[in-house]
Ligand binder design. Structure first.
Ligand code: AMP
Length: 216
């Protein structure tokens, strides 16, 4: 199965994609996570990625598609993938369709997590992450057990540089201009399922399971 999570930054794609990948035993391909990992390595490519991410801009399609295709070539991707944060432009969507078609595969479902713009902005500024194991937290909906500390590894939580209010504004603008048109692209292919992304993490998990007919 090849499933895409589509939605604005802050819609909960990362949390829900990780959960679903685990549940369905599929690979989880998150371009944002890939980019942050390379950016931490401090190579010239890492610096290029960081410069786009810090401004809230999209990494150019050429770099993004190349890195995603490298990820798709890893052995764990052969049995199916949950795409999280990719594609974000029509060019990327078409490149993914072409790459899968080349292997006789296709996207099965696109889950569009719908969240209102007001809620999105509030969520992103309340978002914290563990710099060691990357576990995500939210000060209101999923706070850590001990304030400021990771439940899994105890590290001190940080905010992503691109969750700063000005960058959040830019990322939302970029989403509506460049990524939102993908909703129509996948709707026209009959692959889109729209899921209400508001409420608790567990509520959204249940809605996704029922949208994918995974509920017994
Ligand atoms: P995310 O963690 O998915 O919110 O991604 C963080 C940042 O990485 C984005 O704001 C972009 O700068 C960059 N990024 C992630 N995925 C893509 C993509 N598919 N295309 C272009 N840029 C991306």
């Amino acid at each position: 199965m090849y499933i895409i999570f589509l939605g604005a930054p802050g819609a909960g794609k990362g949390t829900q994609a990780a959960y679903l990948a685990d549940k369905l035993r599929l690979a989880h391909a998150a371009t944002g996570d890939l980019f942050r990992k390379v950016a931490r390595e401090g190579t010239p490519l890492g610096e290029t990625l960081r410069s786009y991410m810090e401004k809230g801009l999209l990494v150019p399609d050429e770099i993004t598609i190349k890195m995603l295709l490298e990820r798709l070539a890893l052995p764990d991707a052969a049995g199916g993938v949950i795409f999280d944060g990719f594609p974000r432009t029509l060019v990327q969507a078409k490149a993914l369709d072409a790459a899968l078609a080349g292997e006789g595969k296709k996207i099965d479902r696109v889950i569009y997590l719908e969240v209102s713009p007001v809620e999105l902005a509030a969520r992103m500024t309340a978002r914290w992450v563990c710099p060691v194991c990357q576990a995500p937290y939210h000060t209101i909906t999923s706070p850590p057990k001990v304030a400021g500390r990771c439940d899994r590894c105890g590290a001190e939580l940080v905010q992503r540089a691109d969750d700063a209010p000005e960058t959040v504004k830019k990322r939302l603008q970029v989403y509506f201009a460049e990524t939102a048109p993908l909703i129509g692209y996948y709707k026209a292919q009959g692959k889109l399922v729209t899921v209400n992304g508001e409420g608790t993490v567990e509520e959204v998990e249940k809605r996704i399971a029922s949208a994918l007919n995974l509920v017994k």
